[in-house]
Design a binder for this molecule. Structure first.
Ligand SMILES: Nc1ncnc2c1ncn2[C@@H]1O[C@H](COP(=O)(O)OP(=O)(O)OP(=O)(O)O)[C@@H](O)[C@H]1O
Ligand SMILES: C[C@@](O)(CCO)CC(=O)[O-]
Length: 547
């Protein structure tokens, strides 16, 4: 007679043996499953390609991955681990493998899939071997069985090539309208401004490695079909630059000595006489570029939807968009993904300071309102560098009329300052009155329920009229502005100049109740006087970048 322990032991051994046998059969049966996985990977876009500050190449790409791994699933399969790796050869290693994406597939139903993604893990080479590199994309998988050994396999897809590349960064910055307070804001009064949906775009292309054939800094002004090129060596030799004073993270003013040396480099470009007013913009470009990025070759392409020098902040949008691209290109934290994205607060503050330094070269004595509203967007109240972001609680529709009368902000701003020196008391009263107007405009715009929209519009209209009168007393209006004012007044609409005046653009408030027929009639009359009319949406985004 066997003891109980002996019988239990025999039973357990028998059960374990049977279980092991079943497991072995289960595992063995996997060998008979017909596995025919398939995969395709398409590279849709190289989002960006950069040389990191310490020299390594890094690429961001967007891929379509299509795979059918269903045949890997048998009754013994627990899950499948799949990953895509970029594989390439370098002189040092025959196989460099960088994992770009991975996933755990728990069920057969999920094993036939299509996804569009940017690489989940960073595609960095420890060196700069990625330019022009041929590489494979390999889909690896590890099948984890319920029992038995794990097995792995892969599909190798070849024929991919990285560009022989440059890094490209795009930036854009909006123009602006000033609702109240221009000129007086230079003298410490309050002003109210808003971004509009007309932009200046900058594309910055940096070669990853400078070579003898690519040692040039090129600026292209696409709207004007103009191109300016300097060799980096000429810039280094030409710019009288105290590098101990200038660093990308501490914006500084361009000294008069540096500006003079830059002016020589600009003169060498033989700008056509009719476009000579661009000189200050080009000097600003050289100052901002070399201060933020140093003396490195690149191509910078500018396009703009803003009329040059007409009161819509073309110079500020140019400085802000340019600096945004420069800062973004040197930042190690590059936001991946498609489309436009804003900069973080620290970088926004930095770019706004640099753009202000650029505006100083173009304007002489800017208040900073134009670059600030272009950088931050929306609608702002601005006084002596202090910014209050406004939230509008009324619909604000403006007709913008470009009188096409050219003028120069620098000259107009200094004209007002000279008048203020000649008549300090009278001009102080004018500036104080403008200050009150701007504060009231800001308050009305933000008021919630106390006033009806029509009442708000009536008040804003009256304040615009008063502001225009004070701008006339500063000597910055123009006969073309008067024509716009008289034309719109015939239809009970109110207008005021916007920006520096002296021609340029004029704003006309379009109240909510004004009919489309009236607006069409006004536009027709203004355009028959040779002006150009358009509407723009008010209070949109500020500076944005795109990799
Ligand atoms: N897209 C651009 N590319 C190059 N330079 C530009 C560009 N936009 C503006 N500038 C420079 O800025 C100058 C115009 O600046 P200005 O301040 O007179 O006009 P604005 O900024 O359009 O008007 P406001 O200051 O009244 O809003 C141009 O003559 C040019 O030197
Ligand atoms: C005329 C001005 O007030 C506005 C120009 O858009 C100048 C400035 O604030 O720098």
């Amino acid at each position: 007679m066997h003891s109980f322990g002996y019988r239990a032991n025999a039973l357990l051994t028998f059960a374990v043996t049977i279980l092991a046998f079943i497991c072995a059969i289960a595992s063995f049966s996997d060998n008979f499953s017909n596995q025919a996985p398939s995969a395709q990977i398409q590279i849709l876009n190289i989002n960006w390609f950069q040389k990191q500050p310490h020299g390594n190449d890094e690429v961001s790409l967007t891929m379509n991955i299509t795979a059918d791994l269903q045949s890997l699933f048998t009754w013994n399969t627990k899950q499948v681990f799949a990953f895509v790796a970029a594989e390439y050869e370098t002189s040092k290693n025959t196989l460099n493998q960088v994992s770009l994406w991975d996933a755990i597939i728990p069920e057969k139903e999920e094993a036939n899939f299509w996804i569009q993604i940017s690489n989940k893990y960073r595609f960095i080479d420890q060196g700069h071997n990625l330019r022009g590199k041929d590489f494979n994309l390999t889909l690896h998988w590890h099948v984890m069985p319920k029992t038995g050994k794990m097995f792995a396999d892969k599909i190798v897809m070849s024929g991919y090539r990285l560009p022989n590349a440059e890094m490209e960064v795009k930036a854009r910055a909006p123009g602006k309208i000033i609702l109240a307070g221009e000129h007086a804001v230079v003298h410490g009064s309050t002003a109210v401004a808003a971004a509009i949906d007309l932009y200046t775009y900058v594309t910055l292309r940096l070669p990853l490695q400078s070579d003898e054939n690519n040692d040039r800094l090129t600026l292209q002004l696409k709207n004007l079909s103009l191109e300016f090129t300097w060799s980096v060596a000429r810039l280094k030799e030409g710019i009288a630059y105290d590098s101990s004073n200038v660093s990308p993270s501490t914006p500084a003013s361009c000294s008069s000595q540096t500006l003079k040396s830059i002016a020589v480099l600009v003169e060498e470009q033989n700008i056509p006489e009719a476009k000579i007013q661009l000189s200050s913009g080009i000097s600003t470009f050289l100052w901002l570029y070399t201060s933020v990025l140093g003396f490195i070759p690149a191509t910078v392409i500018i396009t703009t939807e803003l009329p040059y020098g007409s009161g819509l902040g073309s110079s500020a949008a140019f400085c802000v968009a340019l600096t945004a691209a420069l800062i973004a290109s040197s930042s190690s934290d590059k936001t991946r993904g498609d489309g436009w994205s804003s900069l973080d607060e620290t970088n926004l503050e930095l770019l706004n300071k640099w753009a202000f330094e650029g505006e100083k070269i173009i304007h002489g004595k800017p208040s900073g309102i134009d670059n600030t509203v272009s950088a931050y967007g929306n609608m702002i109240k601005f006084c002596s560098g202090e910014i209050t972001r406004l939230k509008s609680n009324m619909p604000l529709r403006m007709l913008i009329t470009n009188t096409k009368v050219g003028r120069n902000t620098k000259a107009l701003v200094s004209g007002v300052s000279e008048r203020a020196v000649r008549h300090p008391e009278a001009m102080n009263s004018v500036f104080n009155a403008v200050d009150s107007i701007s504060k009231e405009v800001a308050a009305i715009i933000q008021t919630k329920d106390e006033m009806s929209v029509t009442e708000k519009e009536e008040r804003v209209k009256e304040l615009m009229e008063m502001n225009q009168g004070l701008l006339e007393s500063m000597g910055v209006s123009h006969s073309s502005t008067d024509t716009v004012i008289q034309t719109t007044h015939k239809h009970k609409l109110t207008s005021k100049l916007t920006g520096a005046g002296g021609g340029g653009c004029v704003l006309t408030l379009l109240p909510t109740l004004v009919s489309g027929t009236v607006v069409d009639k006004v536009v027709q009359e203004l355009e028959s006087s040779g002006f150009q009319c358009f509407t723009a949406s008010i209070g949109g985004n500020g500076a944005e970048i795109c990799f």
